[in-house]
Design a protein around this ligand. Structure first.
Ligand code: EPU
Length: 429
């Protein structure tokens, strides 16, 4: 286990480049399985979740070749197996996309039940409902999801009972090669859903409506290869925007799509932070400038375009030193407040009642030995450590490596005093 040693109190100043979107990458890689020719994926983020998917590909005879730092060739044409083992799959939430992709390609799939961050019950009933509507027979056997469709999938109308990113993408993947028309009603609208649809369309699929709540997929028999560039990660960008504001810094977050960040920009402005969007001719950027303690605000997490649950934890860290009381309501995940105990160890005054956190701003946080319980809790505690007086030792940073590329290097380049050490302690929650 590794840890970060952070000496807080430094203003972040300078430029930071955002990497490719984790939650797009972990869906587009499985989507490549559907192609009948090699694909080149550009701007893959170098994070642990991507490494795990590449390990799974190796076991499935999908060839991965690094063409250059940001170009990866993936050849699924020799893939014969449709089984993804527990050992690899249990390390990753997004392994459920292998189900839709392998079912779409082979009419069979056997995938261990997914792992990932412990932030709630995380059922996949809507994924299974959608795949069953397309004709798949699905059983859970010894911890594996076993899905078959002897005569191939057939398009259908699927109404999602909850707005689910994962179910929307999984059904889109399975439907891309199904016979006829699939309609997904009450679909999620996150930017990575549009990104996966764009990738599939460039490979020859016919998907319309991605980014709205009704998506129509006309199945195609053949999907050729393509070269596709993954969108920038709006959650990584939002994390650096919050870190910049929390340290009362002045940071240009580069390689962003500003519309994907409107909820975050609006909330930061409500807190008294100066947020400006710009275009340097090559990339869009967002500049964040702050020089005083934030004003308290209320935050409710919602599906896109609402405020993202994946930034609820980092923004809470910042609000722990606001001038007054903030109320945060977590509407997506029922157990995404595990970072609160750690923030309290740093002096924060936060009370939890079910899905509501009441954050009474304190004057300052103080550094402490703390643990990350999941990916975004880790990001929140980094923000807290950067703001705090003194030394913070953040353990369990393996969670952060799952979704942030070289976080400590990017922060160091902005002037943070943050170092990685290898003698961290693991804590199981
Ligand atoms: N849900 C169901 N049934 C389902 C699927 C979801 O009841 O079959 C519920 C969930 O329990 C949750 C809500 O619907 O309450 C939304 O879940 P969703 O399916 O949208 O989440 P997900 O696809 O499992 C993705 C991201 C998460 C992010 C959520 C919400 C990936 C790999 N993960 O999860 O990202 O929080 O959407 O935006 O795309 C993260 O990056 O840290 C992370 C957890």
């Amino acid at each position: 286990m590794e840890k970060f040693i952070i000496r807080g109190g430094k203003r972040l100043v300078g430029d930071v480049m955002v990497s490719g979107a984790k939650n797009a990458a972990v869906a587009i890689l499985p989507a490549v399985i559907l192609a009948d020719a090699p694909c080149t994926v550009e701007n893959l983020p170098w994070i642990e979740d991507v490494n795990i998917l590449c390990d799974i590909f190796e076991q499935l005879d999908v060839r991965v070749e690094q063409l250059s730092e940001r170009r990866t060739m993936i050849d699924p044409t020799k893939m014969r197996s449709y089984k993804a083992s527990f050992e690899t799959v249990s390390r990753l939430r997004a392994s459920y996309y292998l189900l839709g992709a392998m079912l779409g390609k082979f009419g069979h799939a056997e995938v261990a039940l997914p792992g990932g961050c412990e932030i709630g019950q995380r059922p996949i009933d809507q994924h299974l409902k959608g795949l069953r509507a397309l004709g798949a027979q699905i059983e859970i056997e010894r911890g594996n999801i076993v899905a078959h469709c002897e005569n191939g999938l057939v398009g259908a109308e699927v109404y999602l009972d909850v707005v689910s990113v994962g179910a929307t993408i999984n059904i889109m993947l399975a439907a891309a090669k199904a016979k006829g028309l699939t309609t997904i009603v009450n679909a999620a609208k996150e930017p990575h859903i549009v990104d996966v649809a764009n990738f599939l369309n460039l490979s020859g699929a016919s998907i319309k409506g991605a980014g709205t709540d009704i998506i129509r997929v006309h199945g195609r028999e053949y999907l050729g290869g393509c070269t596709y560039q993954i969108i920038p990660d709006q959650i990584e960008a939002g994390t650096y925007m919050i870190a910049a504001a929390a340290t009362r810094g002045d940071v240009c977050v580069r390689n962003v799509i500003p519309t994907h960040l409107e909820a975050v920009s609006a909330k930061l402005m409500e807190m008294g932070v100066r947020v400006t969007e710009g275009d340097d001719g090559r990339d869009f950027f967002i500049r964040v400038q702050a020089d005083k303690a934030p004003r308290p605000v209320n935050v409710k997490t919602l599906p896109y375009p609402g405020f993202p649950t994946d930034l609820q934890q980092p923004i809470m860290a910042m609000l722990s030193v606001a001038k007054g009381t903030s109320v945060i309501v977590e509407n997506i995940w029922e157990d995404r407040f595990k970072h609160v105990g750690q923030l309290r160890r740093m002096g924060a005054n936060i009370n939890i009642d079910n899905r509501v956190a009441i954050v009474e701003g304190v004057k300052a946080l103080s550094g402490a030995p703390i643990y990350a319980s999941d990916l975004r809790a880790g990001a929140a505690l980094v923000v807290a450590g950067l703001m705090a007086e003194g030394r913070t030792e953040l353990n369990n940073v393996d969670f952060i490596d799952r979704g942030y590329e070289a976080m400590e290097k990017k922060l160091s380049a902005l002037g943070a005093d943050i170092k990685r050490a290898s003698d961290g302690k693991a804590m199981v929650y």
